[in-house]
Every structure is written in C-alpha cells, then in structure tokens.
Design a binder for this molecule. Sequence first.
Ligand SMILES: [Zn+2]
Length: 183
Amino acid sequence: MMATTHGFVGLAIAAAVAVIAPELAVAAAIGGIAGGIFPDLDVLAEHRRTLHFPGYYTMVALPALGLAYVVTDVVTVGVATFLVAAAVHSLSDALGGTPSAAPWKSDLDHGVYFHAADRWLPAKRWIRYDGAPEDFALGAVFALPGLVVFDGSIRYLALTGIAVSLVYTVFRRPIGNAVAGLE
Ligand SMILES: [Zn+2]
C-alpha cells in the first residue's frame, strides 16, 4: 500500500485518541502520521524489510500503550501512537502486493519481511499493488475520521496527502512499467 494510505491509517488511530483525550490530539496526530509513514523510508534500502517489523513493532507497541495509559502525556501518547501505526503498517503490507516496480507482472510473492521468523510473509494481494485504485479508495476512507476530527494544519496535511495519493495512483502503472522495462 502507498505510504500515504498508511499515513491515513495512523491519522485515523490518532482521531480515536483525539476523541477520548482532545488535549493529546496533536501529539497523537504527529505520532500516528509519522509512524504510519516511517517504515516506507526503507524504500531507500531493502524495501519492506529494513524498517518493516510486523512482529517487533507490535511487541514494543503493547507495553508502550500500557505506559501511555498509566502515565498519560504528550510524549507517551505520541510514542505509543507512532508504534501502533508502524505495527499496523508492517502487518497490513502483507495484505497488499509485492515490493516490485511492476507488481502486476511480478512472479515474486514477497509481502513483508517477518524478522522474528527470518522469512518473507507472502503477499495476499487484497490490494493488488501500491497505487492501485483500491489502494487510493482505502486511503480516502481512512482519511475521513482525521478530516472530521482535526482542523488547521493537520486537515490541510491530510488533504495534501489525498492529492499526492491521486497523482501517484494515476501514474503508478506507466512509471512501474517503464522502470521494469515492460512497455
Ligand atoms: Zn510499507
């Protein structure tokens, strides 16, 4: 899935925090968006492996949630939201396509690397590839709670993210085919 889709999922998690604790809304939004996007920075290294940790983020996110519950402030809530968003990102990448330039023509079945078992989880392809129309639609749905709950710069950031997703979706296949030397 697109980094923006994961960012919107992080923002939706933050929207839930904002409803419960409005004074922590901004910390949760920053943590959720950053944690949602962070794993995909490994596109510069080994994508879906170097910074994707489906197991370890989850293992660390659970005690972080407990700490944020006991000691509730902007730091603990921001960190917990970051880790939950990064865990959901890493887990949900197994539901998408492969990390290839042209996943629609790829024989690869890698979804995301599961470090604890030292192997790749297979790509389920419920979302066929990052930048697929269904990826854009999913991202737009997850953006909705954030657009309702937040205003100002966070809402503006979410709207910008939707525009970026749309442009990426429109050009994903031609660029992927060109990179893979297909057409
Ligand atoms: Zn990812």
